[in-house]
Design a protein around this ligand. Structure first.
Ligand SMILES: [Zn+2]
Length: 162
């Protein structure tokens, strides 16, 4: 039997629709997950309420959502196979890259790169190679959400911290 991990039930949080001009929101107590990370019935009902809102209030977004859902099913299926077909391989990578862009939180602008690279020239010449390596590693960590930029410590934008 699995145990349920939950926060105090008295605490409720607002979850607001992000669609333009929509004021819909729901107040719910924190989600529950079993010790092995599975969602409970309560959690599934919460997610159902959100998806039902999208389906009824924003049918165009819901249609796109369902297309994305089918793509994600295909992507998750294909991940378990070595793909020889180059067309299927390209499609797999196109879908995978789309998910990456859709879920990516961190971004590095050209201005960010110019500022970081510009700081290298302030250093003594013999310190630049190590500083360049550190700068590239830091940018990698930002883009791959590891280390101090880990998504576990820095929630996705759109999720409001209480
Ligand atoms: Zn809405």
């Amino acid at each position: 039997m699995s145990t349920i991990t939950q926060m105090p039930t008295a605490t409720k949080y607002a979850t607001k629709c992000r669609q333009k001009d929509c004021q819909w929101e729901i107040f719910a107590s924190p989600l529950e997950f079993t010790a092995d990370g599975q969602a409970t019935q309560k959690t599934m009902k919460f997610i159902q309420a959100l998806s039902q809102h999208i389906a009824t209030a924003h049918p165009q977004q819901f249609a796109a959502f369902m297309g994305t859902f089918q793509e994600s099913f295909g992507l998750l299926t294909l991940m378990h196979f070595l793909i020889e077909d180059p067309t299927l391989h390209r499609r797999f990578n196109f879908t995978r890259a789309g998910y990456f862009r859709m879920t990516q939180v961190a971004r590095i602008s050209d201005l960010d790169i110019q500022e970081k690279a510009g700081r290298l020239w302030d250093l003594p010449e013999d310190e630049r190679p190590a500083a360049l390596v550190a700068m590239l590693q830091d940018m990698r960590d930002v883009l791959t959400e590891r280390g101090k930029y880990s998504i576990l410590d820095n929630p996705v934008s759109g999720i409001v911290q209480p």
